[in-house]
Design a protein around this ligand. Sequence first.
Ligand code: 2BA
Ligand code: 2BA
Length: 110
Amino acid sequence: MKLVLAIVQDKDSNRLANEFIEANIRATKLSSTGGFLKAGNSTFIIGVEDERVEKTLDLIKKNCQSRKQYVSTSPMTLNVSLEGQVSYPVEVEVGGATVFVLPIEKFQQY
Ligand code: 2BA
Ligand code: 2BA
């Protein structure tokens, strides 16, 4: 069994959750916050049998699209030595999903 951790954009999370139900893949959705944009995203925890990991990854890939977002940032953040702290928008490509697959030592439901 594997633990799939998938960080996805909020916009894709409902559709993905519904696809998991349809495919009979059990999942838990957490509300999370991206460290860089400090905006909300969703983290799925999915405990799944080894033989269904690929199906799980396929669904994530199919339902999560990358988008451009703008972040208001200051020169300090960008490591540029400019005077003052003027913020200006910088385009950032937010990926469809960031996924980790981990081994599960034990799976227990009480
Ligand atoms: P939920 O996904 O909201 O599921 C609540 C209960 O509904 C489940 O209880 C189960 O009895 C039933 N259920 C869920 N999916 C089903 C399906 N496809 N077909 C028929 N019945 C289904 P529990 O199994 O005790 O799970 C309680 C909560 O623990 C789940 O809430 C979910 O958040 C989490 N969870 C359970 N198994 C998981 C797994 N393999 N990976 C990640 N999270 C899991
Ligand atoms: P955020 O940390 O809010 O990052 C959003 C997007 O901003 C990232 O998209 C990336 O394109 C950009 N970005 C992040 N850190 C940056 C930096 N130091 N400099 C310049 N640009 C930066 P994604 O890479 O697709 O990541 C989307 C979200 O997935 C992230 O939201 C974070 O919540 C999570 N994530 C990505 N990589 C992770 C990792 N290695 N560990 C844990 N979470 C991760």
